[in-house]
Design a protein around this ligand. Structure first.
Ligand code: ATP
Length: 359
C-alpha cells in the first residue's frame, strides 16, 4: 500500500484553453496509504480524469503525481504497479474463476502454494469459493464483476487499486451486499483504494474518506461523518444526504441574524461583505411540533413523503421550504400549522455558500 500525492495537478483536454475551462483545475491532495477514498460528484465533474491521471492513462497538463514520494507522472500505467477495476467486468473467458484470480499472481512468479492460499482467501471473502472451478464465461454479469474485483484485490503488493464505477452492471438488489463486501475486503486486505462513483450513498458506505468534486474542483475531502455534519459549502450540503440539507436565508437587523423576523440564538459572526447569510440544517435534525422556545419557527405542512422507515415532512418555514426526516411512528402533525425548532448545535452558518467556522 502506497501514499498518493497529487501536487498541483490540473488537466485540459483542449490545449491552450483558459484554466476556467480545464476538466481538472489545479489541485493538491493526499491519499494516505491503506485507506479507501471515494471520488464523488455529478457527471462531467472530473472524477474519471483524476483517476486516469493516477493510473497513467492521462498525462496531466501540469503538476506531479507522487507514489510514496517518488514522481511517477511520466511513467506509463504498466510501470505504476496499480490494479484497476472498470465499469464492466474484464475477465479471461477461457479460464476458470480460480485461474482468473491466480493469473496476476503467476505473472509475478509467486510460488504455487502462495498463489493457492491467496486465491482461496480472496474467493472466500467474495463468496466465490464454491465456483472456483467453473469456467468464468458461464458466470452472471454480477459474478464476473466479482472476479474483476477479486483480481484487483488479490495482489497485496499493488501501490493502489483504482475502481471506476465498478457496480454499474450489478443488479440493484445485489448492490447493497456487494458494497458491504467491498468495504469488508478493503478493510481486511488494506490496500490504498480510489473508488469513483456518482452515487453519494455508495461513496459514503464504502469509503473511509470522500472527495466531493464539482466542475473539475475538489469541494471537500473528509470522512462521511464530516461531510454529513459539517459540509464546507452549500453545494456539498445539497449533494450529500437524502433529502439534501436545508438552507434558509437569514436577514441581518442591527447586527443580529433573524429568520422570518424572529431572532436566532446563535452568536454567529458573518464575514464583512457577505451578500447572502444562510442557516443550514440537516432534515434529520429539524425538530417538529415543539413547544415555543428559542429557535422555534412557525411551519406550514406542504407535503409528506415516504422515505423507507422514515417520513419526510416538507414544510414552509420563513418563506423557504424545509424538509424534516422523522420516524414513521411519530406520525404526521395533526394540524397544518405547527412549530419547528432548529437546534442550536446542529444549525450551521453559511456566508455566500461557504461554511463559516467558529472556534
Ligand atoms: N477524452 C476526452 N476528450 C475531451 N474531453 C473530455 C475527455 N474525457 C473527458 N472530457 C471532458 O472532461 C470533463 C470531465 O470529464 P470526466 O469524464 O473526468 O468526468 P466524470 O466526473 O468522470 O463524469 P462521468 O461520471 O460522466 O464519467 C467533461 O467535461 C468531459 O466532457
Amino acid at each position: 500500500m502506497t501514499r498518493l500525492d497529487i501536487v498541483d495537478v490540473g488537466h485540459s483536454y483542449m490545449p491552450g484553453a483558459e484554466e476556467e475551462r480545464w476538466a481538472l483545475k489545479p489541485l493538491r491532495l493526499t491519499f494516505e496509504a491503506g485507506k479507501t477514498y471515494a471520488l464523488v460528484g455529478p457527471s462531467g465533474c472530473g472524477k474519471t480524469t483524476l483517476l486516469n491521471i493516477l493510473s497513467g492513462l492521462v498525462r496531466p497538463s501540469q503538476g506531479h503525481i507522487l507514489f510514496d514520494g517518488a514522481d511517477v507522472t511520466a511513467l506509463p500505467t504498466r510501470a505504476r504497479n496499480i490494479a484497476q477495476v472498470f465499469q464492466f467486468p474484464v475477465i479471461y473467458r477461457s479460464m476458470t474463476v480460480y485461474e482468473n484470480l491466480a493469473f496476476p499472481l503467476q505473472c509475478r512468479r509467486w510460488d504455487k502454494a502462495r498463489v493457492d492460499a491467496k486465491v482461496r482467501q480472496v474467493a472466500e471473502a467474495l463468496d466465490l469459493d464454491d465456483r472456483l472451478h467453473q469456467p468464468a464465461r458461464r458466470l452472471t454479469a454480477d459474478d464476473k464483476q466479482l472476479i474483476s474485483l477479486g483480481r484487483g484485490l488479490v495482489r497485496d503488493d499493488v501501490a493502489a487499486v483504482l475502481m471506476d464505477e465498478p457496480l454499474t452492471v450489478i443488479d440493484p438488489q445485489l448492490k447493497h451486499s456487494l458494497r458491504r463486501k467491498i468495504r469488508e475486503i478493503t478493510e481486511q486486505f488494506g490496500p490504498t483504494v480510489i473508488y469513483v462513483t456518482h452515487d453519494q450513498y455508495e461513496a459514503m458506505s464504502i469509503a473511509q474518506e470522500v472527495l466531493v468534486m464539482k466542475d473539475g474542483r475538489a469541494m471537500q475531502q473528509g470522512t462521511p461523518e464530516q461531510l454529513f455534519e459539517a459540509p464546507s459549502s452549500t453545494y456539498v450540503g445539497y449533494f450529500i444526504g437524502s433529502p439534501a440539507m436545508n438552507f434558509l436565508t437569514l436577514d441581518r437587523a442591527d447586527g443580529h441574524l433573524t429568520l422570518g423576523g424572529r431572532p436566532l440564538t446563535m452568536a454567529w459572526d458573518m464575514p464583512g461583505g457577505t451578500t447572502e447569510c444562510q442557516v443550514g440544517i440537516r432534515p434529520e435534525y429539524v425538530q417538529v411540533g415543539t413547544e415555543p422556545g428559542p429557535n422555534t419557527f412557525p411551519a406550514r405542512l406542504r407535503d409528506v413523503r415516504d422515505h423507507g422507515p422514515q417520513r419526510v415532512l416538507v414544510m414552509e418555514v420563513a418563506g423557504g421550504l424545509v424538509r424534516a426526516k422523522v420516524p414513521r411512528e411519530d406520525g404526521v402533525p395533526a394540524s397544518e400549522e405547527f412549530l419547528v425548532r432548529l437546534p442550536r448545535a446542529k444549525a450551521l452558518p453559511y456566508a455566500d455558500g461557504r461554511l463559516v467556522l467558529h472556534s
